[in-house]
Design a protein around this ligand. Sequence first.
Ligand code: AQP
Length: 334
Amino acid sequence: MTKARLFSGMQPSADSLQIGNYIGALMQWRDMQDAYDAFFAVVDLHAITVPQDAAQLRDKTRRTAAQYIAAGIEPDKSTLYVQSQVPAHAELAWILSTLTGFGEAQRMTQFKDKSQRYGADSSSVGLFTYPVLMAADILLYQTKVVPVGDDQKQHVELTRTLAERFNSRFGETFQVPDPVIQKETARIYDLQAPTSKMSKSAESQAGVLYLLDDINVTAKKIMRAVTDNDGTVRYDREAKPGVANLLTIYAALTGRTVESIEDEYAGRGYGDFKKGLRDVVVAEFEPVRARALELLEDPAELDRALAQNADRASEAAEETLAAVYERVGLLRRG
Ligand code: AQP
């Protein structure tokens, strides 16, 4: 039986991924790559919807790919590639943009948030059509399953709408994908501001646990994480967001239940609890960090692996794109 297709990606928007990317995305990707025919992209075309420095973008793209591999995504098993190396993404995005209503795109909350952050005048049309490019990413591969955070749910809904619209207007062409939304408990918050989502491109790095940070820096950030005055290790997202966040990380990395961790630290202070978490995170990060840095020492080899994977992705993508061009009525070169 052929495996169902899976697509997901991350933007190369920082020098290092953070623990939210690791728990919320990479750990699940690693677990799913055997059961699915998986495509994992480093979505550099999405990253340039906000200004990037050219040399840094190239570096961040390699670093992101290296961290995928170091975290256990196997380029011989999954198709791990750089989005811009497969031109079909941009080509299908154009076609889909002609099927997207202006008002429909305007309703996307991520655009509203980001354009507020950067100001309406410095927000690009690319930022506005970001969800259409994401729809192209997904639909090109006849994707069945899209594992994303709940913040991306609206974009996957738009993708489904566009697939259905195209299919009904031009004939059955696209698989309509299903989002696989992680549980709320898989969302990781900033260690210094535990009501805000942890982000790799956050303004302050003090509350962000980066995979490629020096291990001593990671340890210090954990020991300095914001807690509360109550002193008990108990999960209460509303009243104790800092402790709840640390418990979420502890449980996600160890596969243990929150209750068993609460029991272990009952009657002990936050200091002990943080030391326990520090050891868990350091043990998890150390080999991933070492492997990623090793891969980055040989960029030519990394580029070769990515190019090979891009060829594989192109082959699958071109099949869909050819069908789309045919149905839409674009005259092909004779
Ligand atoms: N804090 C988080 N908790 C759980 N999951 C998270 N993800 C990101 N942050 C958390 C998941 O990681 C993937 C990365 O997607 P992305 O790179 O396209 O951008 P993002 O979601 O906007 O991630 P960041 O780290 O916040 O990046 P920047 O700072 O560039 O905006 C997604 O699967 C996401 O759900």
